[in-house]
Write a protein that binds this ligand. Sequence first.
Ligand code: ADP
Ligand code: ASP
Ligand code: MG
Length: 404
Amino acid sequence: MKRIVIKFGGTSVGSIKKIINAAKIIKKRHEENNEVIVVVSAMSGTTDDLINRSRQVSDSFNKTELDVLMSSGEQISSSLLAGAIIELGIKARSWLGWQIPILTNDNHASSQIMQIKTDEILNFISQKGVAVIAGFQGVSKENRITTLGRGGSDLSAVAIAKFFQTDSCEIYTDVEGILTTDPSINKNAKKIDKISYEEMLEMSSLGAKVMQPSAVQTAMTNNISVHVRSTFSRKSGTKIISESDIDNRRVVTGIAYSKKNAKVSIVGVVDKPGVAADVFEPIGKNNINIDMVIQNTSLDGKKANITFTIKQEDLKKTLSIIEKNKKKINYNKVTHDDKLAKVSIIGAGMIASPGVTYKMFRCLADEKINILAISTSEIKISVLIREALTQKAVKALHKVFGLN
Ligand code: ADP
Ligand code: ASP
Ligand code: MG
């Protein structure tokens, strides 16, 4: 007998018909003589809807209350799914995060899981019950409801695999698995059979929403292999595993993108030690994430321009922080640009293949796509471009790197 955790994403439980379909898959897996723990997301669209409601109250809606609100979508789907499984003649019950409990830190809206109590659920599944756990949520030691960041049911599933020591962790979703790029913008995207944790972490951090980055990180540190597969077909999907278990290293494994980026340039700051720290300290203290950074110095070496990118939604706040800080930083002017996108190529084999950078830039030049900023690591190259050119860039790079 095996113990498995299977997670169903929002699109897999987006309607009553789909919930019944998911219940049938669960029944089948249960009849294969498995002990089954199910993790479920909110029905698709629900979480966005709840967030929008909070915004109607306030743009800075209280974070702890926002977690209570956002997590309610999973209460609905977990009960509907447990009920649908019971209808098929199988013992089942739902658990909310606090009932287990799934203990997290108190970093509301992006909490980390610290501990999961297992005895009650282990007892239930050993007596042929299917445990249905509401994903995306936990409880802090202050006894407040927490959530795990958008897409956080993936993390719930991986953490459950860890604490319940399951034999497998399967993520059922609306695509065949991890594809070479997002199929919604390139229909030539192909399924990847195996991908390393490192590559998947880059893919998801750089925008591939099919797996949440923290979930990949947790799988990687605990060496949990994850199988991402389709709810709507029986075919096997993608295995996310350790690099050493992958025989053929591809130069470029996949292409990711993220929209809604903004770029800010502070022009004419004095070029002396400490200036960059003065610029970024107050921005960081306001919990704004800086992504790419470029600094260039004037010919006489006295002045510098500092350019950086952030999320579009943080632009207004960032500009006002810089304005407030003008006396300290002492710059000539600030320019900004929103509606930008970051397009990235990812591949563990890149490190051993010279010429990848050149090939990427040439490809974009041939498409007349201007590069506004660049950042690289050993296994990825990212470029900032105009948002309207995202699809064109992804399609061209997908072809040039032989992924079609
Ligand atoms: P779920 O509701 O199952 O959690 P998500 O919507 O969070 O599913 O993630 C699945 C979606 O991720 C797909 O529908 C697809 O549009 C998008 N996606 C982006 N990049 C990729 C990729 N490289 N491979 C597969 N899907 C991707
Ligand atoms: N329902 C949550 C969200 O939309 C969690 C998830 O889907 O994984 O972000
Ligand atoms: Mg998801």
